[in-house]
Design a binder for this molecule. Structure first.
Ligand code: FMN
Length: 351
């Protein structure tokens, strides 16, 4: 079993509306495809004769111990994949020994996500509303519910053009709400209800100052997600970010944006060890994780694979997806001659 098989199984279980929303990228989906290909293009230079009889995939992220350097990427509307939605994802991530990141647009409230796996680490993803009071209230609730960091998503000033959602007139199924606000989407005639929500509710006027604002109102460290350039990463750190997530939103925003594997080293070098750098987009294999860490990422996040696991088996499916990646990572580490994630370094990569 690998993630390709999981994807095929999930596809057979989801409605056209849900599958279109989960799988699609923006426009011609070139960045979506390139994210996967860019990891595959990188070639490894394995070490030999290093006694790899014991392999340890554990590490820490922002000081949080994790069993593997793979975290849950925030994704909206998980109750379209499984009735338990984000609750099941939180339990699956807890079973796998990793961090759950809940989304602003979750279909289970952040308090209920916390209650589903009370002892497990969790982060909260933030979209900032035009009405700042709404966002201030949400991040304060997150802090009160034991979320230990915010992931501030900055690559969505407007919604990417997701043609599948326009074609399907994407909408949340009946009974599914944006649970953090107890609200349904604005209804639209044709077209995507998400596009309408972004247009009317989210603030397109964000600047670096909002990193400090979020930190202040929540009291939590802020990771900035959606950075693709060294200079932007540096500016985020200078503005008080606790970390950056190299991401192009899984190819769902600016099509033909660079693949994350291709810009990770630039970002890592620009922040020069001042904060941790995470990366997501197209990570599907244990070898992809090795490559990301070799380029200097502290950990990776996976988006769609979580949704596939969720669709196929709820919390067990999510945990199983992480187990597959952990097995692959352990094998890749052994074959690369590294025993711990700390031994993964850039010399493992061919130029
Ligand atoms: C269905 C779906 C919904 C998403 N929703 C959000 C979201 O609400 N907030 C956010 O910051 N990123 C969101 N993302 C982006 C993911 O956090 C992540 O950047 C991306 O999925 C990583 O690429 P991958 O799916 O190839 O692993 C979403 C991605 C998908 C596939």
């Amino acid at each position: 079993v690998d993630l390709d098989a999981l994807e095929a199984a999930a596809r057979g279980l989801l409605t056209e509306n849900a599958w279109g929303y989960y799988s699609s990228g923006a426009d011609d989906e070139l960045t979506l495809a390139e994210n996967v290909v860019a990891w595959r293009r990188v070639r490894l230079r394995p070490r030999v004769l290093r006694d790899v009889s014991v392999i340890d995939t554990s590490t820490s992220v922002l000081g949080i111990p994790v069993r593997l350097p793979v975290l849950v990427a925030p994704s909206a509307y998980q109750r379209m994949a499984h009735d338990d939605g984000e609750r099941a994802t939180a339990r699956g991530a807890a079973a796998a020994g990793t961090v759950m990141c809940a989304a602003t647009l979750a279909t289970v409230s952040l308090e209920d996500v916390a209650a589903a796996a009370p002892d497990a680490p969790r982060w909260m993803q933030v979209y900032v509303s035009r009405d700042r009071g709404v966002t201030a209230e949400m991040v304060r609730r997150a802090a009160a519910a034991g979320y230990s960091a915010l992931i501030f998503t900055v690559d969505l000033p407007v919604l990417g053009n997701r043609r599948a959602d326009e074609r399907n007139a994407f909408a949340l199924p009946a009974g599914r709400l944006m649970a953090n606000f107890g609200a349904a989407h604005p209804s639209v005639e044709g077209g995507s209800a998400l596009a309408e929500h972004v247009r009317t509710d989210l603030d397109p006027a964000l600047t670096y100052d909002d990193i400090g604002w979020l930190r202040e109102v929540s009291g939590l460290p802020v990771l900035v997600k959606g950075v693709l350039r060294g200079d932007d990463a540096r500016a985020c750190v200078d503005a008080g970010a606790a970390g950056v997530v190299v991401s192009n939103h899984g190819g769902r925003q600016l099509d033909t944006a660079v693949a994350t594997a291709d810009v990770l080293a630039e970002v890592v070098d620009a922040v020069a060890g001042d904060v941790e750098v995470l990366v997501d987009g197209g990570v599907r294999r244990g070898t992809d994780v090795v490559k990301a860490l070799a380029l200097g990422a502290r950990a990776v996040l996976v988006g769609r694979p979580v949704l596939w696991g969720l669709a196929v088996g709820g919390d067990k499916g999510v945990a199983e997806m992480f187990e597959v990646l952990r097995d692959e990572l352990a094998r890749a580490m052994a074959l690369c001659g590294v025993r711990t994630v700390g031994e993964i370094s850039r010399d493992l990569l061919a130029r």
